[in-house]
Design a protein around this ligand. Structure first.
Ligand SMILES: C[S@@+](CC[C@H](N)C(=O)[O-])C[C@H]1O[C@@H](n2cnc3c(N)ncnc32)[C@H](O)[C@@H]1O
Ligand SMILES: [Zn+2]
Length: 179
C-alpha cells in the first residue's frame, strides 16, 4: 500500500477477506494493561482459537492529508502513532474515539494479523492464543529509501521475540516495492 507519507502510520498487509459475521456482537476477549514491550498492551482474557476475528480497529476516519498534518505536529522525536492506513483514501486515527485495539503492540513474531474489509480493519489471530498472552501484529510501517536514517531509528523494535528484526518498519521501502 504505497503512500507518500513522510512519517509512518500503522498498517497491515492489504489482505481482504469476505467472511465472518460481524453482526453478532460479543465483547472482545481482551484487556489492556502495562506491557514489557511498550506502554500499554492488549492481552487475551481467554484462549483464542486460530483464525478468530478478535477486535475491530476503531477511530476517527480521516484523509491522508489530515493524518500527515496531525502527525507532523507531534514533533520529530516521537515515533508514537495511533494511525492505521485503511485505504488509499482513508486513515483511521485511533487517538480519537479509538478502542482497545489501538494498544496492540508490534511483534516480529506475531500471533495476530490485520485484515482490511470494505475499508474496516480487523485484528485476527493467526494461531491459537493462550489466556494472558499479549497480542501483537507486524506493523509493517511504511518508509521510503530517501527517509532520514536518524528518523527511521525512532521505530526500533523492542518486542523481544526470537528473531526480532529490530524495527517496526516494513522490510522494504514503499518506493522499492513491486506492484
Ligand atoms: C498503537 S501504539 C501501541 C500502544 C502503546 N504501547 C501505548 O501504550 O500507547 C503504537 C506505538 O507503541 C510503541 N510500540 C508498539 N510496539 C512496539 C515495539 N515492538 N517496540 C517498540 N515500541 C513499540 C511505538 O511507539 C508505536 O508507535
Ligand atoms: Zn521485534
Amino acid at each position: 500500500m504505497a503512500t507518500k507519507r513522510s512519517r509512518k502510520p500503522e498498517r497491515g498487509p492489504a489482505r481482504s477477506s469476505a467472511r465472518k459475521d460481524t453482526d453478532h456482537y460479543e465483547p472482545p476477549p481482551v484487556e489492556t494493561r502495562n506491557s514489557d514491550i511498550h506502554g500499554r498492551g492488549v492481552y487475551a482474557t481467554r484462549s483464542i482459537k486460530k483464525g478468530a476475528r478478535i477486535i475491530e480497529y476503531l477511530g476517527e476516519r480521516i484523509t491522508h492529508a489530515e493524518a500527515d498534518r496531525r502527525y507532523e505536529r507531534k514533533g520529530d522525536d516521537d515515533g508514537h502513532t495511533f494511525l492505521f492506513i485503511a485505504s488509499r483514501r482513508t486513515v483511521i486515527d485511533a487517538g480519537v474515539n479509538g478502542n482497545e485495539a489501538r494498544y496492540i503492540n508490534h511483534s516480529c513474531n506475531p500471533n495476530c494479523e490485520t485484515v482490511i474489509e470494505n475499508g474496516r480493519v480487523f485484528i485476527e489471530s493467526i494461531r491459537r492464543i493462550k489466556p494472558g498472552e499479549e497480542l501483537g501484529y507486524d506493523y509493517q510501517l511504511t518508509w521510503e529509501s530517501t527517509d532520514d536514517p536518524v528518523e527511521l531509528a525512532l521505530y526500533a523494535c523492542r518486542c523481544g521475540a526470537k528473531g526480532c528484526r529490530g524495527t517496526m518498519l516494513d522490510r522494504e521501502p514503499v518506493d522499492k516495492q513491486k506492484g
